[in-house]
Design a protein around this ligand. Structure first.
Ligand SMILES: [Zn+2]
Ligand SMILES: [Zn+2]
Length: 288
């Protein structure tokens, strides 16, 4: 039994309320399962509900957590992830190596007593940390490729080679353009795009940032997010069949996202790109 389940699909900040009940208001968290193996992609506020669901399974939890980066919306749920408080559980947190701070300190920072009543060291589970860079990894039974993407700070794309399918998770990313050459991303412009397409190739499912409409994107260049047209174009170039739109803008309510999904499908049609397109929503489960 392998599947992807979405627990948080929102970017930037949680957006609870009547206008977001269908897609959900929690920030980034995705569960990836293959048999007994559990991988958690990002620890936004959605990880709280995932944790509560894991408690109901009434067995020790061992999981690998992969953070695309450590912006708030990708770590803010971790202090509320109850399984991390329970002795006997074990988690290994993976993220891009930071030049200035160790990963453990980056996670502990948001639980500093100034900001939160419980410290990281009070969590009862075994917590391990593994800093990654760009490359290929063999982690126990998991083969994983990583790539730096175009988002402020060190942000990774993850490509998971599961037994049945290959899944790519890119929560925050912006088209590579020469205009972004001054930011710290290593791969830029046309070279960046080429390298990126090679990374995407031969994947079955691409979960990708689609925060903006093209009109909104024009006003938010260099913020590190994509218009919905971009993941369609790159999925087309890389021969991917299923695209999941992710990291919805906090200003977009359910009806707006419905409309964006329709426009994304029309855009793919207009470009003659054969692509199944889904808008991520909380609770969505995709069997692999
Ligand atoms: Zn984000
Ligand atoms: Zn970010």
């Amino acid at each position: 039994m392998a599947y992807i389940k979405f627990w948080g699909v929102r970017g930037s900040i949680p957006t609870p309320g009547p206008a977001t009940v269908r897609y959900g208001g929690n920030t980034s968290c995705v569960e990836l399962r293959d048999g007994d193996q559990l991988w958690i992609l990002d620890a936004g506020s959605g990880i709280r509900d995932l944790g509560n669901a894991l408690l109901k399974e009434k067995k020790p939890v061992q999981a690998k957590i992969f953070l695309t980066h450590t912006h708030w919306d990708h770590i803010q749920g971790f202090p509320f992830f109850t399984p991390a408080y329970i002795p006997g559980n074990e988690f290994t947190i993976h993220a891009a190596r930071d030049t200035e701070m160790q990963l453990k300190d980056l996670i502990a920072g948001q639980m500093n007593p100034t900001y939160f009543p419980v410290e990281l060291s009070d969590m009862g589970s075994i917590l391990k940390y593994r800093e990654l860079s760009e490359g290929s990894y063999e982690l126990d039974d998991l083969r994983l490729d990583t790539l730096y993407v175009n988002h402020p700070g060190n942000t990774l794309a993850y490509k998971f080679f599961l037994k049945s399918k290959t899944v790519i998770y890119i929560s925050d990313n912006e088209p590579f353009e020469p205009a972004l050459a001054e930011n710290e991303t290593e791969v830029l412009g046309e070279d960046g795009n080429r390298k990126f397409i090679e990374f995407l190739r031969a994947a079955d499912i691409l979960i990708h940032d689609a925060q903006y409409t093209p009109e909104e994107y024009a006003k938010h260049k260099t913020w590190g997010h994509s218009p919905y047209t971009y993941p369609v174009d790159i999925a087309g170039q890389a021969g991917i069949r299923h695209l999941v739109l992710f990291h919805h803008d906090p200003l977009h309510d359910d009806d707006f996202i419905d409309d964006m999904l329709e426009k994304t499908r029309l855009y793919a049609l207009s470009r003659h790109i054969e692509l199944r397109i889904t808008a991520a929503r909380e609770g969505l489960k995709i069997d692999l």
